[in-house]
Design a protein around this ligand. Structure first.
Ligand code: F6R
Length: 365
């Protein structure tokens, strides 16, 4: 069943090129547009939506955070993101022109279902992004968009996350084309970029052995920081969640710019700091954040863009990812972080697929 892989998690990490391809196939992607079958988000189906409120937990919440920037950036529709377990206990403001969007791999997460029900009761239109056909959430949401990751057995979510991110890009393109903020040529370039992702991911997966060496070098670490900016800030949060849940190493994700407001006090020469430093608008700032960490002795593991010849001098370990559009960087940056968490845990000998205290779907609130 594990098809020769030691763990389901590793198998599922390797299934991502296929999972992303299938998610695109299921979405009605054409040359310069995404036409979700039977779903006209800004038309008659769900009304003209003035605002999107995303509701999710855990890894799916991280996908929502990335989705917010993508949709606001490409479609200029205001988006709010809430942790599902917080949303309904704070008397949220919901209007009939709002679209509540639940993101849930299993479709069974009690908090997410309850939050979507709450939004529906308060008059919002509802949509869910889910990976399991016929899951409970599909009985609450007006409409469902499916990711096609296939069954995810490992408790730690990997392929479900990157297919959620793929769906976020597809949704942002769909909405951007309908609000008129996304030009056809830009949409076409993004779709071409999405189509190239599976091949890029195959190349990243080939670096698994090299990432195991990085994990081995930092094997004794008790704590680890993950830093990112912009679209890669939630990737840092996700990298930290993945590491802590399967290796039990204490890990925190932060927006790089927040380091100087507190977390940098943690840095010493025993602390690995994973820095997401792909090229883009925030690159210069990330480099200076990285220098601050380095000046305090932190051990830097940098995830940078292929062809970056500057960063090598500043980092202790370097993981290179292909140069892609900023909107697609979170998907590629996630792959080495999944592998890093996996190898840390496997070297430590934890139960990778069934980490202590965790369940695959959390059906209690
Ligand atoms: C982490 C993980 C969890 C889930 C969360 C929500 O690896 O898997 O954080 O993401 O429990 O689950 P879904 O997406 O099924 O609602």
């Amino acid at each position: 069943e594990k098809q020769g892989f030691r763990h389901y998690m590793l198998k599922e990490i390797h299934e991502q090129p296929r999972a992303i391809r299938d998610t695109m196939l299921g979405a009605g992607v054409v040359e310069d547009d995404v036409r979700f079958d039977g779903l006209d988000l800004l038309g008659s189906d769900l009304g003209a939506c003035a605002r999107i409120v995303m509701l999710a937990c855990g890894t799916s919440f991280h996908a929502a955070l990335i989705g917010r920037s993508l949709i606001e950036g490409l479609a200029r529709i205001p988006v709010e993101v809430d942790i599902a377990s917080e949303f309904r206990y704070r008397d949220p403001i919901v209007r009939s022109t709002d679209l509540a969007l639940a993101i849930t791999q299993s479709g069974e997460t009690a908090d997410t279902i309850a939050a979507l029900k709450e939004a529906k009761q308060r008059g919002a239109q509802t949509l869910a992004i889910c990976n399991v056909l016929g899951a409970s959430i599909s009985r609450v949401a007006d409409k469902v968009l499916y990711t096609h990751a296939g069954p995810e057995i490992s408790v730690a979510s990997t392929k479900a996350f990157t297919t959620q991110l793929t769906m976020m890009v597809l949704l942002a393109i769909n909405l951007g084309r309908r609000t008129g903020h996304l030009a056809a040529d830009r949409a076409r370039a993004l779709i071409d970029g999405l189509q190239d992702l599976p091949a890029h991911i195959d190349n990243l997966l080939a670096a698994s052995a090299a990432i195991r060496i990085v994990a081995r070098r930092h094997q004794g670490a008790r704590d680890c920081l993950f830093l990112g900016r912009g679209l890669c800030y939630p990737v840092a949060l996700e990298g930290a969640l993945k590491l802590k849940e399967i290796s039990y190493i204490h890990a925190e994700g932060h927006a790089s710019g927040e380091m100087k407001h507190g977390p940098i006090a943690l840095v010493d020469n025993t602390m690995p700091v994973v820095v997401l430093a792909q090229r883009g608008p925030g690159y210069g700032k990330v480099l200076s954040n990285l220098e601050e960490v380095r000046a305090r002795g932190g051990k830097i593991i940098a995830v940078a863009t292929l062809g970056d010849h500057t960063i090598g001098d500043l980092a202790d370990d370097l993981i290179l990812v292909p140069d892609v559009a900023g909107e697609l960087q979170p998907i590629l940056a996630s792959i080495p972080l999944q592998l890093l968490a996996y190898h840390f845990a496997d070297l430590k000998g934890t139960d990778v697929d069934q980490p202590r205290n965790l369940a695959k779907s959390v059906t209690v609130e």
